[in-house]
Design a protein around this ligand. Sequence first.
Ligand code: 13P
Length: 328
Amino acid sequence: MATFAVLGSGGWGTAIAVSLAQKAGNRVRLWCARSETCRVLRETRVNDRQLAGIPIPPTITITDDPGEATESADCWIAAVPTAFLRSTAIRWKPFARETTPVVSLTKGIETTTFRRPTEILEDVLGVTRLVAVSGPSHAEEVARGMPTSVVAASPDAGLAGWVQAHLGSERLRVYTNADLIGVELAGALKNVIGIAAGCCDGLKFGDNAKAAMLTRGLVEMTRFGVAHGADPATFAGLAGLGDLITTCFSPHGRNRRVGERLARGDTLADVQSGPQVAEGVYTAKSVYDRVTVMGLEVPIMAAVYQVLYTGKPAVGAVSELLSRRQRG
Ligand code: 13P
């Protein structure tokens, strides 16, 4: 028997709450940042904007009160986009205990500080028992009980094992990994390559170009990760290659669609006008700022930054990548 506070009622937070509630013995509360969202979810029992058609079981308590959501919870699950994670976690802070296990589902890097999601949670909440869950896991597939595998990463093997046992089910297979840095960086960086893959789609390039983008993108992700203390093997696993495949090939992928639309001539402002957050837009900036200081060679991720923030046409950026002299 375990009680979970799922903090964040976007697509991924709702999906994980639904998945947890299907396991006998779990008690689940779903916290909404906005009262209006809370009212709608309570009334309709469906997250219509992000998980249309998937019922939220009546056993899940929906609340906008962080105290009610977290009261005597065995585990908190933070599911908030990176840009809002710090300001939102401040609202949870009064209820945090140092020993409360906190799982992060967020895949990004904070732009101003270059902090990973678990570092932001540690900064704000003062907690020390942190786990990142990542991997190819489109929310609607998890919520519909379609087979999915993810990785729970923590240097604390006992804690990662606890998350594996309680989050995992017949349909959601959870592996463990001690490389927290690698798993979080892989989850963030794959979104930037997802935008590059979307540019290939928008330019109507074929499978060969996209496969090359993924493969060389994975080399850049690994190089960047290793320079930040990650294990290179992590990037060949679910959080790296696994999620890269899902992000780059899914027709619904938010990051892939950003690249596709930019390559077709839409502006970044047009692309960002919807309710969905494509984390890669922000991570591309974090990475670009970082590699400029460190002198790291990541040409695809740098090209994504230029397309997003300097107005460089995608077609020109891809041509430059293709004609670039090979250095690594
Ligand atoms: P998108 O945000 O690109 O849709 O990726 C979702 C994801 O991380 C699936 O694992």
